[in-house]
Design a protein around this ligand. Structure first.
Ligand code: DC
Length: 334
């Protein structure tokens, strides 16, 4: 006997969405476990309390799963639960190892089965990092701020006395770069040896230096290796410039988050002023445009929208709206 678990999500409580999601889930369970319909004995569904328009069991029957015994139950309304989620348990007449199937937003439920990665790329000030943090919280996974790693590299090189970032000058430093990323209560702390540089790397002069040093191939190779290792061990949301296009080209969820340079400059100004920096809007916009040009035109792994990344223009959206848009895309991804 095989006991196969699975789950999927929808974006609105609509019968057609339930039909499609259930049919896709059962089809994938059958395919992955090489099951014929008649080998399925019993299909038990549960769904979150926000699904009321159609029994998943009825959707299964409509999708042609007529021989197994079908049953649906509603789950209690649990605070913080993934919304609009349908879970299933399939019992089948077969020996072997069950291949469990978690689709769409439900992939975040079983991070032990398959690493769940959300790639958020885009230019500076697009709101990526705030959105990435909120998404990570929502899906209860790690947030990796890859820009912080390039910033720490730049800080390290500047402290070592380098004013020109060339491959020849920087490569020897990388061998002893004591960069680590640690997490305390879910928050990323970027460390150079025992020093927590999370605050120091936010200084405006480090931003431009990070953009310059990140153009070096030797730096990118080292950072990308660290990023891939972290993403292979944990489910995470990564934000950066080349996550979907280069670091994790197979990430299941990719977004390119952008906004006009004016809006981005206004946001950055507000953020820096709140931290006590006396900054001027025009200068910040110029710096943002310069960094965009650096990041987009560098030779190795430039900032680019991956072909399969969903474009999210945040110019006229609140952070909440951006998070909702992205969550919706994850929940409905087929
Ligand atoms: O996201 P941020 O502003 O903290 O990033 C700082 C710089 O690091 C940015 O100008 C470009 C670079 N960067 C990169 O090249 N690739 C990444 N994945 C992340 C950041």
């Amino acid at each position: 006997m095989l006991a196969i678990r699975g789950a999927t999500t929808i974006t609105a409580d609509e019968p057609q969405q339930i039909r499609e999601a259930v049919a896709q889930l059962l089809r994938e369970i059958a395919e992955k476990n090489r099951l014929r319909a008649e080998e399925m004995l019993f299909i038990l569904f549960s769904n979150t309390a926000d699904i009321r328009s159609l029994y998943p069991a009825k959707a299964a029957r409509e999708a042609g799963f007529v021989s197994p015994a079908l049953f649906s139950a509603a789950e209690p309304d649990i605070a913080g639960a993934l919304p609009l989620c349908i879970r299933v348990l399939v019992l089948a007449e077969k020996e072997g190892k069950a291949a469990h199937v978690y689709l769409r937003g439900a992939a975040s439920l079983r991070k032990d089965l398959k690493k769940f990665a959300v790639a958020l790329d885009g230019p500076s000030g697009s709101g990526k990092s705030t959105v990435a943090k909120l998404l990570a919280e929502k899906f209860d996974i790690l947030y990796l701020d890859t820009g912080a790693m390039y910033r720490a590299c730049a800080l390290y090189a500047a402290r070592a006395g380098l004013s020109e970032f060339t491959e020849e000058a920087v490569r020897p430093l990388l061998a002893s770069l004591p960069l680590r990323v640690e997490y305390i209560d879910g928050a990323q702390h970027t460390m150079l040896g025992e020093e927590d540089v999370s605050e120091a790397i936010r200084r405006p002069e480090v931003s431009m230096a990070a953009s310059r040093i990140s153009a070096l191939r030797c730096v990118r190779e080292k950072m990308v290796e660290m990023q891939r290792k972290i993403a292979s061990e944990r489910s995470c949301v990564l934000d950066g410039r080349d996550i979907g296009s280069f670091v994790l080209p197979n990430a299941p969820f990719k977004f390119y988050v952008t906004a006009s340079s004016k809006v981005r400059a206004e946001r950055r100004c507000k953020e820096l002023r709140a931290k006590g920096f006396a900054v001027e809007l025009g200068a910040i916009q110029k710096e943002i445009e310069e960094r965009d040009a650096n990041d987009m035109n560098r030779e190795f792994s430039p900032l680019v929208r991956a072909e399969d990344a969903v474009l999210v223009d945040t110019s006229d959206l609140t952070i909440g709206e951006v998070v909702d848009t992205i969550c919706k895309k994850i929940q409905e991804k087929v």
